[in-house]
Ligand binder design. Structure first.
Ligand SMILES: *Cc1c(COP(=O)(O)O)cnc(C)c1O
Length: 435
């Protein structure tokens, strides 16, 4: 991981010992290095130098406002998949003209909000969406800037739950009907057809599936342009993997070179939408051991983080490295442990059979590579308050999302007054209203 390492036998985030942050904010907490995010953004921009590419960060990986603001300041655009994300991107200062809206199920309200916000592009994923968007745009006296998301029927060779580019997946317009969709889009008065888009999945660890998909898109782009359709944008999506364990995902430079080779001659403005690759290794989750439990068959470290804070292991069988905050001395004996949370499900296992040095109740550890698809997927299952988020940059740090309080947790709910003995019943009032 780029931002985290031992110094003086203590795990640091940038220049800060994580132990110190744990004392200050309590555990569990998420820690993101903004300097790591910014370095990665810089490396992506540099890898694509000479190509007309806009980098639209996929918010769904990590939509914390501080992360978004640091990217906005560097000039990044955004890829959003809901009205909430669109509002967050705008609130973070990402200009509307750098925002792309993707997703299979945009509602009428979301499309209207996107049009009113004046965003750069709406990626349409189906014929019914195209029809609805045309109607919504016309009703508002606008034309919607549209790219058609195409499903190229390419196997991304990643986990099935995050594979999006096969014919049987719900995403995109099937490539065999792409020309039909493009002609239709061009004919609709509420639609300004701008380009094509593709995104075949996440955590890709090989270049070849990208290449296959981009070659199909390049061929389609050329054919449709030759037909006279006014295409100027080609959105290549995200999906670049990161090392969690021993994966060797494509190097940024090789990914960019392949894109240059396949798409460089199209005369298209390119877009890429990295999410995980931008933030995944810029964050970790710090937790404290509550108990060390010697089970009949295994030793368990029961920690104060759980599947509500980190759903990826149960959801995707994901691997996250685990590091004690105190560096084990050289030659420390290692013994396998299962690292589990307090939640009442066996699925609440965050790591299995990890060789770790002896840890005791009260010791701190870091679960690594939790910058992407972790805090954004957190819940308060088991009525566990949402964990706080801390960002660091160099020697600076801040709590950018405080720990949820019990008042906030309980205060989300309302009691119907007909459950309260003194209050007049809603049901009674409704009946009286009818009578
Ligand atoms: C999720 C998503 C991304 C980002 O994917 P990563 O694997 O995080 O890079 C990009 N584009 C679209 C359309 C997405 O749905």
């Amino acid at each position: 991981m780029i931002a985290f390492g031992y110094r003086d036998a203590r795990l640091h985030a940038d220049e800060l010992p994580l132990e110190r942050l744990a004392e200050a904010v309590g555990t569990p907490f998420y820690c993101t290095s903004l300097s790591a995010v910014e370095r990665t953004y810089g490396a992506i921009v540099e890898a694509f130098q000479g190509l007309d590419v806009s980098v639209c960060y996929a918010l769904k990986a990590n939509s914390n406002l501080a992360v978004l603001r640091s990217l906005a300041k560097l000039g990044a655009g955004a890829d959003v998949v809901s009205e909430g994300e669109l509002r967050l991107a705008l609130a973070a200062g990402i200009p509307a003209e750098r925002i792309v809206f993707a997703g299979v199920g945009k509602t009428e309200r979301e499309l209207a909000f996107a049009l009113d916000s004046g965003i750069a592009q709406i990626n349409v994923e189906s014929f019914p969406e195209l029809a609805l968007l045309d109607r919504v745009a016309q009703a508002r006296g606008r034309t919607a800037p549209v790219a058609l998301r195409i499903n190229p029927d390419v196997d991304a060779r990643t986990h099935e739950k995050i594979s999006t580019g096969k014919a049987e997946n719900k995403f995109g317009i099937e490539i065999d009907r792409a020309a039909e969709a493009a002609r239709l889009a061009h004919s609709l008065p509420g639609i300004a057809l701008k380009g094509l888009a593709v995104h075949i999945g996440s955590q890709l660890t090989e270049l070849q599936p990208f290449r296959s998909a981009f070659e199909r898109m390049a061929e389609l782009f050329r054919a449709l342009k030759a037909e006279g359709l006014p295409l100027s944008e080609l959105d290549l999506g995200g999906g670049l993997g990161i090392p969690y364990q021993d994966e060797a995902p494509p190097h940024l430079g090789d990914y960019a070179d392949m894109i240059r080779e396949v798409c460089g001659g199209l005369g298209a403005r390119l877009q890429i939408e990295p999410g995980r690759a931008m933030v995944g290794n810029a964050g970790l989750l710090v937790s404290r051991v509550i108990y060390v439990k010697e089970g009949a068959a295994r030793r368990f470290l029961i920690i104060d983080a759980a599947m509500n804070d980190l759903i990826r292991p149960p959801l995707y069988d994901a691997w996250h490295d685990v590091m004690p905050l105190r560096e084990p001395p050289p030659g420390a004996p290692l013994a396998p442990v299962d690292i589990v949370g307090p939640i009442c499900e066996t699925g609440d296992t965050l790591a299995r059979q990890r060789p770790l040095p002896p840890l005791e109740a009260g010791d701190l550890l870091a679960i690594c590579s939790t910058g992407a698809y972790v805090s954004v997927m957190a819940s308060s299952y088991n009525s566990r308050p949402l964990a706080p988020e801390v960002v660091v940059r160099g020697g600076d740090w801040a709590v950018v999302r405080p720990r949820q309080s019990f008042e906030e947790l309980i205060g989300r709910d309302r009691l119907p007054d007909w459950l309260e003995e003194s209050g007049a019943s809603d049901r009674q009032r409704a009946v009286e209203g009818v009578a």
